[in-house]
Design a protein around this ligand. Structure first.
Ligand code: PMP
Length: 416
């Protein structure tokens, strides 16, 4: 069964918007995805029908909102294959999930001389929290290098991983290169030396089947807004034996069982990690996004995006003299992200020009400054990133707009 893209597109009201009088071509999905009506409606239903605080009310609305909030947790936990909803902490986004792991687990388990292994392709979210922790604790950051092709160079992994390694924190899929990393294999090796593994799944959970038990990871973080859900909500999965020993991240209401003037005892899991009123509407909206993705099937989503990526790489190949394209050539090792750069046009100028044609791409360092600057050796790249509602026609429009830009910025280049 293939996905009916036209039917899918009709679920996304924003896709019929005109930008400067032109149909919107939205190719900035790695930054955030658009939302289907089903998700928007879930938010409206909550606010119109049963808005109330969770876990503390004895009245009907509060019981309903609590039930729907916990139902959302069950759905999202099931979506990533968590053994129990208790393993899923609702957080604001991937960034907060990783910071929670660094503060609660890292601060108690990383010490002087310990090593934290990350990759050279990390988003700042999965780099800065570990840098800060390493500095505070006298620990050392080590890096799995990136090859010219934009994959991980694992040739020194056995040296990089050693008895001092306490954590391997790595992205499942790079938001710049599109590379999908062999996190399961690296995780198995990390466990063999006694290290924990944290997976930044911001770009993988929205686009492919992800199962935390199959990956056998200790932590996995992701954001709702990149997977058709609302902003301000995301998930952090933590393996039970680790979660049970972790101290709370934030303290206050909701996360306590008993409080006196002198002390407090912590609530059950996962509420222990959800201090204060949570993003109730957001969680329910994320649950609706999970329903939507599950109705399509994540295998189908992944297959469809691979097809589109193959088409995009093939179509854009024609421009390979004018643009450098980054990321693996093996379609099994990459997701639906294409980053590129022209020596003649600054990515911001390119982005602005494409925008005039209604085409939304990203330009910049994509919150991966060390990768872009030190590894790729450029100041910025342009990035087109696809999702289930994008079409081959949109890829053609991208190519045509890039050709127009080349003509505009370099009058000497003959049109192809
Ligand atoms: N990691 C990766 C790989 C990402 O692509 C992003 C978002 N660009 C993040 C982390 C951070 O996500 P958020 O801003 O939702 O916390």
């Amino acid at each position: 069964m293939t996905l009916d893209v036209e039917k899918i597109r009709r679920d996304f009201p924003i896709l019929s918007k005109l930008v400067y009088g032109k149909p919107l071509v939205y190719l900035d999905n790695a930054a955030t995805s658009q939302k289907p009506r089903q998700v928007i409606q879930a938010l409206v239903d909550y606010y119109e029908g049963y808005n109330a605080n969770v876990h503390r009310g004895v009245h009907a609305l509060s019981m309903e909102s609590t039930e729907r909030y916990e139902e959302a947790r069950r759905k999202v936990a099931g979506f990533i294959g968590a053994p129990s909803p208790e393993n899923l902490i609702f957080v604001r986004n991937t960034t907060e999930g990783i910071n929670l792991a660094a503060s609660s687990w890292g601060a108690a388990n990383i010490g002087p001389g310990d090593e934290i292994l990350v990759t050279e392709m990390e988003h700042h979210s999965n780099l800065v929290p570990w840098q800060r922790l390493a500095k505070a604790k006298g620990a050392r950051m080590r890096f799995i290098p990136v090859t010219e092709e934009g994959t991980l160079d694992l040739s020194d992994l056995d040296t990089l991983l050693n008895h001092r390694t306490k954590l391997v924190a790595m992205t499942h899929m790079s938001n710049v290169l599109g590379a999908i990393n062999p996190v399961k294999d690296i995780g198995a090796k990390a466990h063999a030396v006694g290290a924990r593994i944290l997976i930044d799944a911001a770009q993988s959970v929205p686009h492919m089947p992800v199962n935390v038990q199959d990956l056998d990871c200790d932590f996995l973080a992701f954001s709702s807004h990149k997977m058709l859900g609302p902003t301000g909500i995301g998930g952090l999965y933590v393996r039970s034996e680790t979660l049970e020993k972790m101290e709370p991240f934030l303290t206050g209401g909701e996360m306590v069982l008993e409080v006196t003037y002198d002390y407090a005892t912590w609530n059950d899991l996962p509420m222990r990690f959800e201090a204060g009123t949570p993003n109730i509407a957001g969680s329910i909206g994320l649950g609706a996004a999970v329903d939507y993705l599950e109705s399509l099937g994540m295998e189908q989503v992944h297959r469809r995006e691979r097809e589109l990526t193959a088409y995009a790489l093939d179509t854009l190949k024609e421009l390979s003299e004018e643009f450098n394209f980054y990321g693996p050539t093996d379609l099994n090792a990459r997701g639906a992200i294409v980053s590129f750069n022209s020596p003649d046009i600054h990515p911001h100028d390119l982005g602005t020009m494409l925008d005039q044609g209604g085409i939304a791409i990203r330009a910049g360092h994509h919150c991966a400054m060390p990768l872009i600057r030190d590894r790729l050796g450029v100041a910025a790249t342009a990035r087109a990133s696809f999702y289930i509602y994008n079409t081959k026609d949109e890829v053609d429009l991208l190519k045509a707009a890039l050709k127009d830009a080349l003509r505009y910025f370099s009058k000497t280049l003959a049109p192809k």
